[in-house]
Design a protein around this ligand. Sequence first.
Ligand code: ZN
Ligand code: ZN
Length: 388
Amino acid sequence: MPAIPLVRPSDGVRCSAGCHEVTAASVADAGYGGRIRRARQVMEEQGIDVLLLSIGSDLPYLTGYEAMPLERLTMGVITQADATLVVPQLEAPRVVERAAFELVPWAETEDPIAIVGRLMGSSRAIAVGAQTWARFLISLQAAAPTARFTDATAVMRPLRIIKDDDEIELLRRAGAAADRVVERLHDLRFSGKSESALAREVMEMTVEEGHDTAAFQVVASGPNAASPHHEPGGRQITPGDCVVIDFGGRVGGYCSDTTRTFHVGEPAGDFAEAFEALHGAQLAGTAAAAPGAAAHDVDRAARSVLDDAGWGDWFIHRTGHGIGLDAHEDPYLVEGNTEILRPGMAFSVEPGVYVAGKWGMRIEDIVVCTTAGNETLNNSPRRLAIVE
Ligand code: ZN
Ligand code: ZN
C-alpha cells in the first residue's frame, strides 16, 4: 500500500478524535438523533434540566462535532426541547450540520457565555461536561448563580459505556488495521534501530494500514520495557533485547490499542517462562470477559495465572480499560470494580510483567462483550515474536 501522509492535505487541521470520519463512516443523522433522545431520557431520570458539553468526546458522541480546545467557547446545549451547538463563527465551516441540532455561530464581538445563558433559560439543574475548561464553568456559574452544577459524566456514562453497532464496527476496523501493523512488524529488522526510529515506523504504518490518524507509540526495549508507558528514546535495540510495542490510532474517531512483545533472538534466563505465564494470563482474562461477569473478575482471572506462576508481584497495573472515542474510558477492569459486564462494552485485556532494571512484557487485545461471550478485535499472533 502506498505511503500516505499522517494528515491528509485536503482535510486541513483535523480534530484529535477524527470526528468527521465518524460522520462519513457510518453514523447517520438518525444515529445522532437517537443518541440525543437517549441523553434526554437519562436527564429526565436524573432531574437534569440542561446538558452543557464542550471539549472532550461527549459532544462528538452526540453531534459528530468535536470542539477545538480553544479560548473561544464551543458548547453543545441540550434541553428537553432543543439541542443547540454554539460555536465560534470561524469554526462553523467545520461543522457538519445535522437534523439533530441547531447551529448557532457567535461572532468575535459577541459574548458566548451570554448566548449559552439565554439557551439555558431558567434551568436549575445543569450538567457540565467533565473536561470543560474551569474558566468557562466559572463564568457560567456566575451567569446562573442559583443553579446547581453537576458532572455530566453521570448522564453520558450510561450511554457511552454500551457501544452501538456503528461504534463496534469502527472499533473492529481500527483493530484490524492495528493487526496489519503487527504483521508488518514481524518482518522488520529491530537490531541496530533506536526506539524512536522504530516508533516513527510504527506511526507511519499505523496510518498506512488504515487508521485516519496515529495516536501513540510505546517502543520500550531491554530494561526500558519494565516501564509500561515508556517514552521511546535514543536507546539502540541490540540482540538479546525484549521490545514491547504498544500503539494505537483512530478510525472514524474510534481508537485501536494493542500491545505485542518481541525479542531480538531467542530469550535467555526466565524470560520465556514468564512469557508463557503472561500468555496464559491474557487468554484467561479474555475468557472471563463475558456478560454477567463483574469487571474485576477479568482482572482476577488474568492475575491468578501470574500469581500461580510466581510473577504476580511484577504485574503492577490493572488488567484493562474501556475504549471507544477515548483511548481510556469506562469500564476499568480493576480489583474492586463490581460493575457487571454487558453486551456492547469494549475494553482492553492487557496483563504485563515488569522486572525493573531487566525487562518487561505485555500482551494487549481489545475485546467486546457480546451476548454469546466476547469478540476479540485483535487477532495478530500473541506468542513471543522472535525478530532479528
Ligand atoms: Zn496499549
Ligand atoms: Zn490499553
